[in-house]
Design a protein around this ligand. Sequence first.
Ligand SMILES: NC(=O)c1ccc[n+]([C@@H]2O[C@H](COP(=O)([O-])OP(=O)(O)OC[C@H]3O[C@@H](n4cnc5c(N)ncnc54)[C@H](OP(=O)(O)O)[C@@H]3O)[C@@H](O)[C@H]2O)c1
Length: 215
Amino acid sequence: MANSKPYVILSAAMSMDGKIATRKGESKFSSSKDLARVHRLRGSVDAILVGRNTVSVDNPSLTVRHAKGRNPLRIILDPKATISPSSKIVKTSKKIHTMAIVSETAPSRRVSILAKKGLEVIKCGKIRIDLKKLLSILAKRGIRKILVEGGGTTNWYFLKEKLVDEIIVTITPYVVGGKESVSLVEGHGFDKISYPLKLKQVKRMGSEIILHYTI
Ligand SMILES: NC(=O)c1ccc[n+]([C@@H]2O[C@H](COP(=O)([O-])OP(=O)(O)OC[C@H]3O[C@@H](n4cnc5c(N)ncnc54)[C@H](OP(=O)(O)O)[C@@H]3O)[C@@H](O)[C@H]2O)c1
């Protein structure tokens, strides 16, 4: 499969109990130092990818601001083309190359709204997004490294399909709890303990711990 898919890094900051957002959608767990590290990482990849809930809940810019570096391509998994035209990402998509990945059944009216706003819309998959196909399209476009920045559902799809090469997670000194708060990995979950990771590096930064795993 050499060069048929970009190298995929899954990155997140989570509470000590594995949550990436509170039940009300708060998700800014990282310290300013960790934020700078994440932004350096963003500056070193070709693309950042998130699911559409992250866009609607966090309204992120997905740019490099807390470190030096160029802004990578931004990719949103949005099967039904529902992201808001007033979101920061959509509003800046004429300046920063941004792709909306939609399904073949996405309403054409919504697709054309996003296209008019400046997003490159790519149809990939009948109802769900076909991630393997997407990664192969991106590889053909010269995208070699992607940072998957969540949320939990998107993380699940990537892990389930065994498309992740590396995981970098910051454990932050907070406890969140709650069945309704989003975990690092959502979705159906694996039936068995069958997904062994290799621990490559552990770094302590104040009260935070940064864990690097490879698959
Ligand atoms: N702490 C952190 O590091 C961090 C980072 C990012 C996000 N977050 C938090 O995570 C939360 C959002 O997570 P989430 O799990 O609710 O949502 P999410 O992963 O952001 O988005 C999920 C949605 O994206 C679409 N999607 C993702 N993968 C897909 C696939 N393979 N095929 C088709 N569609 C796909 C689906 O849209 P449809 O529903 O339209 O089918 C799915 O429901 C927010 O609260 C955010 O603050 C935290």
